[in-house]
Design a protein around this ligand. Sequence first.
Ligand SMILES: Nc1ncnc2c1ncn2[C@@H]1O[C@H](COP(=O)(O)OP(=O)(O)O)[C@@H](O)[C@H]1O
Ligand SMILES: [Mg+2]
Length: 272
Amino acid sequence: MNEKKIILTARDLSKTFSNGSVQQHVLKNLNLSIYKGDFTVIMGNSGSGKSTLLYALSGMDRPSMGTITYYTDADEGKETDISAFSNDRLAVFRRDHVGFVFQQNYLNDSMSALDNVMVCGLLKNSDRKALAQKAKDLLHHVEIDEADYRKFPAQLSGGQQQRVAVVRGVINSPEVLYADEPTGALNSQNTENVLDILSDLNNEGQSIVMVTHTIKAAERGNRIIYLADGVISDEVELGPYAGDYKDEHNPKLEEARERHAKLKNFLQDMGW
Ligand SMILES: Nc1ncnc2c1ncn2[C@@H]1O[C@H](COP(=O)(O)OP(=O)(O)O)[C@@H](O)[C@H]1O
Ligand SMILES: [Mg+2]
């Protein structure tokens, strides 16, 4: 039995796109709960509906049918079904409860790294001074040097930009951080870097839902969900990340190897 607290439950979720007279059923009566403190990973073939599911769960887009009920901490567990919210209410909901990281960092080119984070924080927070301190602490945490706070995105490396984007995603202390292939555009060193940051955040209690198509990224999650053709095929629980399974100096090497093998077997079973 899972004794973790439920953050949200999606019931009978469907999403249909109409293309002229052709209807494409991308999500099909999908049922899913997301748990507090989990690093949930969504995998599946390209076109299986991963991004569509992430957008529906996060309130970026509305489902065609079904409900998405959040049990938000800030509202003392009050139930909030966002599936029929207007655009305005969805925007407020997203601001107050969720954060995002995408494959592209979508930073504002005409703002400094710090301002990119601040502007998002100011939507929710009026204490500018406290917010600036929090933004700087987080940027420091992701190893952005103080000398780079005032730089524009174009003056930062791709890896630095994505780290700033992660900070922006968590500046409002979201109940869930949603990430859609957050390392998809990064080289291997920057990928490690960003994944380490996500693991750190999760260790500190941040609930994360991440879509990925790489085993390396998926391994960071404790719960792996496999999506096929708009429905959940199966899922596997790996337990908390135990470090690099190839690192001889990893004190949890045995555990890391077991997790890796379990994930590989699961994906093999899924025909991945
Ligand atoms: N806004 C949209 N309009 C029409 N079709 C869409 C839209 N978004 C996604 N789709 C279609 O839905 C299917 C699933 O897309 P997506 O959720 O992006 O898959 P994944 O992220 O798993 O690769 C694809 O066939 C895609 O073309
Ligand atoms: Mg996608």
